[in-house]
Structure formats: structure tokens, C-alpha cells
Design a protein. Structure first.
Length: 621
């Protein structure tokens, strides 16, 4: 049998398999599996609020114990060197909170040794320090008070709240409330964590200082001089900000992480734990629990819209007609999830009408460019034959075009939220989380959609600007850095397929450079594997094994640059055909990126979506 026939047969099996996995409402409900931070915070919150759901707590405890490394640490990806300090602190504290372990337990003594060897609590990520401070285990920043009058600044102010990314805003606001209120919840069983302190001089902020930060400090001091009544109004504004962004399931912005901090902030503001708002938030968190092979996991946010849009599109690229009941129901689901209300994105795009899609099933406030382009791909074929679907497609298309940044690229959630001065704030991860600038993966993905599904090409002024942005941001080795996937493979896939879709010829020097790079890093088995560590060192780091999603990204890229019978492509196709023979390490490696060094995700859908897409494109070519 020829390779072509093997691919056809393999795709038929894959298509029937995912057909069986589809939910009755047309969606696919795969787990969005992140690191253990959400699991650990869930144990702490349930104990704090005296919600004695022992079944959930014990299931999380069992999973945590199974994931501890021989050196006493916990890791956030398989090949992480030695272990992860913050994750280990989170697990250590959560196990103490569960009531099943004492500090003297051998497992926790092992973890303690690891934590101390890495500098103790002082070297933890500030999100971990925040949770420790809420419980009195780490001192809030001494002599620090954030001027609440800041929240009253108009959007015309150069450093107002909406100059921060939405994910920075939604986490920092409840944190600031807790810091300013010096809010603490004392545990009845754990008096302190002094045993995890190497240096009792506790620190919160990066040591490096920039002139901009010093200027910002002076501006904040001026805000502090305002009357107490103004600061009180600032507290009310911050409270209102949170309450106005609570989703229908009770979560804040649909994120578990921000919901945890919101609950503590509301308690700091005087809310009772029995209040309806907090009860609804807890209910929303419980709805995010998902059973995995490793055990129960609290998703930071379900990825239902993203998974459904990607899979619906991939299946159609593999030859499943849009009239197939599986595709038709997925399109109905997606159309129902298109946003109809204006969110924070409209601050920087005042005249733009709604039309985007968000990431999760319950997301109504924060559409994003990636989910929007993915959903538009999925509904495109039906839109050509159905007026209602076309109206939905056109609204989404207009929204997406209206979200292009002034530099020519696209960011994730908002428009022109790219003030690089803000990345000098002395917070860890400021560069990656404080602003929402144009990225290679988002810009490339949008270009691929616009070229292949909206008929726009390189002569169009908006497309020209995006091409210029991408070419300007290519790495020296020919790759592109991906912000939301791991990492150079993800960015290169998005950039190259986007540039090819809008008419950049395969012979273009930049594309030939990326081709040489992709050929040079193919593994012996025909696959591709890139470590999460790439995002931390900002340079490509090879994995000792290949993964299905990264291999599919690479092959999908190469199919736009080479003939389909090229040996590099055929080797990659054979690897994907043999995916069923891979071990869990390859299939379950996290190839999604949230925050370098802290948050990586294993999308359970990716082992289906991207091999189907690459194999489908191989057949089409």
C-alpha cells in the first residue's frame, strides 16, 4: 500500500474516533491540563472556607503524591532540570493543608530540603508568595501601599489600568486589595513556614531598578497624597471592576487563578464566605474539575471553544463535509458562543462592533484573536451556503480585522496594549504578562486565515504591514518565537503558513531560512520535539523525544515549502502514522505555553487536532 493510501486509512480511523468523543451539544470537551498550582490552591481554599469535600481533596492529594520527583521536588514539565521551586512550595503547603501530612513526614522533609537548596520561599514566584502572604506565611511587602486612587485614572491617562493586559489586570486587582488590606487567614493547623526560609529578609520585587520605575514610584507617591475618601472610592472601583466581570458560572473572567484571588479579595473587603458571590465562585471552580490519567485536575479555564473550533476545522481539511452531522453540530455550537457584548477590548477599539470568540465554554467578556480566527475557519464552508452563518462569519471577520495593532501585528486579547515601559515594573514575568503586544504566532495565524479564507494577499495594505512585522521579528536561525505554544516550532509554523497563505513565495530568503532550520532539527524518528525550556532561555532546546503536535506543526509548515514526496515530509508523515505506538511521555508532553517558567499546558485535544490537520493537508497536496 502506498503512503498516500496509508494516510487515507489512518485519517478515516482518526475521524471515526473523534466522532465518538463529541458531546451532544456539538462541542469536544478535552482537558486543558496545566501545572499543579490550581490543584494546590483548591485544597487551600476548601480548607479556608471549611468546605469539607474530602473526596476532591483526597483525589488531589493522591495525584500530588504520585507526581513528586525522587529529589523531593515537583516539576511543571518532564524534562525540567531538577524541579520547580514554586510548584514544590505549592505542593508542600497544599499537602499540609490537606491534614494528611505533617512537616516531619519523609516526603515533606524531602520537599523541604529541595526548597531550601533553591533559596527557600524568597525565590518563589510572586503569585505563590501572594498565596503564602494571604495565609500569614510570608510578609506582605513592608512599607508598601498601592494608591487605590490609581483605579480612578481615566483611560486617557498614559499608564491607566487598561494599558495593562487583561490577564494582568484581572490578577493584580484582587492581589492589590489583599496587600493594601493586609488580609490574612490564619490556619488552625499550620502556624508558620519558617522552616522554608533561608533568609528572613523577605523580598517581593526584582532587584533591578530602571529610571522609569523610579519615575512611576514618584507618580504613585503623588497619588497617595490624595484624600482618604478618594482612596476609599478606589477600593469601591476595584471591587466593582471584579463584580462586573464575573462570568455566569461565578468565576472571574473564567480563570480559576483569578477567581481564587478574587475570593480572598472579597473576604478582605468584608464579604462573608457564605455570600452568594463566593458560593457561586466555588461552584464555578468545581465545574472545572476534570479526570485525567494522572488523576483529578482543576483546569485553569476549560478550552472547549478552542478545541471545538480547531477540531471542526481540521476534520473539514481532512475531507469531512460541512454537512456531516458531526461538523454541522460543531458549527451550531460555535455560532452560539460568538460574543454579543462589548468587553474591555473595546477601550482601545471604541468603534468596533462585537463578533469575536473566547477560549472557554462560559467566556462572555474576553474574546481573543486566536479563537476568533479558529472559529471563522470552522464555520467558513457553511457560511458560503447559509445566510445566518455568513452573517456570523462576517461579524467575526470585521472584529478580527479591527483588532490589528498599529505596528501591523496582532496580539492575543486587545489592541495596542503594548507599552514596553510597563515591562520594567519590578515584577517577575512582567515582560510576558504585563502587556499584550503583537506576537508571531497570533500574527501568523491571522494571516493564514485572511489569505486562505478571506482572499486577502500581500498587496493589501493591512497584509503588507503584517508581513513587514513578521519578517522584522524573525530569529537569526530562521525560526519565529511563539508566545502561546512551545515554542519556536509553534511560532515558525504560524508565521510560515501565514506568510505563504498571503502569497509570499516559498523562494523568499526568510522562508528558505526557516526551511533550512526545520530540516536541521528533524529527529531521527522523523518527528520533532521541543522542550518547554526554550521559552525560559529564549533559544531552541531539543527534547530527547518527538511529540505529535510539534511534529504536525513542522510537517504542516514544510508542506507549504516543499513537494509532498520530499524525504523530510515523508519521514514526518510516517511518524504521525505510527503515533499509536508512542508512549505517554510523547503524547502527554505540554506543548501549550501560558507563562515561561511557570505555566505550561497539555491540551488533550492536540494529539488529535494537529496530526489530523497535517495529514489532511498532505492528502490535499
Amino acid at each position: 500500500m502506498s503512503l498516500f493510501e496509508d494516510v487515507k486509512t489512518n485519517l478515516l480511523h482518526r475521524i471515526e474516533h473523534v466522532r465518538q468523543l463529541q458531546s451532544s451539544n456539538g462541542s469536544w470537551d478535552f482537558c486543558f491540563e496545566g501545572p499543579i498550582i490550581t490543584d494546590c490552591f483548591m485544597i487551600m481554599l476548601l480548607r479556608d472556607l471549611k468546605i469539607n469535600n474530602e473526596v476532591v481533596i483526597q483525589k488531589i492529594v493522591e495525584k500530588l503524591i504520585s507526581l513528586q520527583q525522587p529529589n523531593g521536588s515537583w516539576s511543571i514539565y518532564n524534562d525540567e532540570i531538577e524541579g520547580n521551586l514554586s510548584a514544590t512550595i505549592q505542593a508542600y503547603v497544599a499537602l499540609l493543608f490537606s491534614g494528611n501530612f505533617s512537616k516531619e513526614h519523609p516526603r515533606l522533609k524531602q520537599a523541604e530540603s529541595f526548597i531550601l537548596s533553591k533559596g527557600g520561599l524568597n525565590n518563589a514566584h510572586f503569585m505563590t508568595k501572594m498565596m503564602l502572604a494571604i495565609h500569614g506565611y510570608y510578609q506582605y511587602p513592608p512599607y508598601f501601599y498601592f494608591p487605590m486612587s490609581y483605579f480612578l485614572l481615566p483611560t486617557s491617562s498614559p499608564f491607566n489600568l487598561f494599558e495593562l493586559s487583561n490577564y494582568a489586570r484581572v490578577h493584580l486587582i484582587p492581589m492589590i486589595i489583599c496587600i493594601n488590606k493586609r488580609f490574612t487567614l490564619k490556619s488552625e493547623t499550620i502556624q508558620n513556614l519558617n522552616n522554608l526560609l533561608v533568609d528572613h529578609e523577605q523580598s517581593w520585587f526584582r532587584e533591578d531598578r530602571f529610571s522609569f520605575f523610579e519615575w512611576m514610584k514618584q507618580e504613585m507617591k503623588e497619588l497617595l497624597k490624595l484624600p482618604v475618601s478618594i482612596h476609599q472610592l478606589g477600593f469601591q472601583t476595584a471591587e466593582k471592576f471584579m463584580l462586573n466581570r464575573i462570568e455566569s458560572n461565578g468565576t472571574l473572567y473564567s480563570y480559576a487563578s483569578s477567581t481564587f484571588y478574587m475570593i480572598y479579595a472579597l473576604l478582605a473587603l468584608g464579604y462573608k464566605s457564605s455570600s452568594k458571590i463566593i458560593e457561586n465562585a466555588i461552584h464555578g471552580l468545581f465545574s472545572y474539575l476534570h479526570n485525567t490519567e494522572k488523576g483529578i485536575h482543576l483546569q485553569n479555564s476549560p478550552s472547549t471553544v478552542w478545541d471545538t473550533a480547531l477540531l471542526s476545522y481540521a476534520l473539514q481539511e481532512a475531507g469531512v463535509p460541512y454537512t456531516d452531522p458531526m461538523i454541522n453540530s460543531s458549527i451550531s455550537y460555535l455560532k452560539d458562543r460568538q460574543h454579543v457584548r462589548k468587553g474591555d477590548w473595546s477601550v482601545h477599539a471604541k468603534n468596533l462592533e462585537t463578533g469575536g470568540w473566547g477560549f472557554s465554554d462560559v467566556n462572555h467578556f474576553i474574546p481573543d484573536n486566536d479563537d476568533t480566527s479558529a472559529s471563522l475557519r470552522a464555520i467558513h464552508r457553511q457560511a458560503q451556503h447559509d445566510l445566518t452563518t455568513y452573517d456570523s462569519w462576517e461579524r467575526g471577520y470585521k472584529w478580527l480585522m479591527g483588532m490589528q495593532n498599529k505596528d501591523g501585528g496582532w496580539g492575543a486579547f486587545e489592541k495596542n496594549v503594548s507599552n514596553k515601559w510597563l515591562t520594567h515594573l519590578p515584577l517577575e514575568s512582567a515582560t510576558d504578562a504585563i502587556i499584550d503586544p503583537s506576537t508571531a504566532d497570533l500574527t501568523g495565524r491571522v494571516l493564514e486565515f485572511l489569505g486562505n479564507f478571506a482572499g486577502l494577499h500581500k498587496e493589501n495594505p493591512k497584509i503588507k504591514a503584517a508581513i513587514h512585522w513578521l519578517l522584522k521579528h524573525q530569529e537569526k536561525n530562521g525560526s519565529w518565537y511563539g508566545r502561546w505554544g512551545v515554542c519556536y516550532l509553534y511560532g515558525t509554523w504560524a508565521a510560515v503558513t501565514g506568510l505563504r497563505a498571503v502569497g509570499l513565495p516559498a523562494e523568499h530568503p526568510s522562508l528558505q531560512k526557516s526551511l533550512d532550520w526545520l530540516i536541521s532539527i528533524q529527529r531521527q524518528d522523523g518527528g520533532y520535539g521541543e522542550s518547554c525550556r526554550s521559552s525560559e532561555v529564549e533559544s531552541y532546546v531539543d527534547l530527547p523525544f518527538s511529540t505529535p503536535s510539534q511534529t504536525a506543526w513542522a510537517i504542516d509548515t514544510l508542506l507549504t515549502l516543499l513537494p509532498k514526496d520530499h524525504p523530510v515530509i515523508e519521514k514526518g508523515i510516517v511518524f504521525l502514522l505510527n503515533q499509536h505506538m508512542l508512549d505517554d511521555q510523547s503524547n502527554n508532553y505540554p506543548t501549550g505555553l501560558g507563562l515561561p517558567g511557570n505555566f505550561y499546558t497539555h491540551y488533550h485535544s492536540y494529539q488529535h487536532v494537529f496530526p489530523i490537520l497535517a495529514l489532511g493537508h498532505y492528502l490535499k497536496k
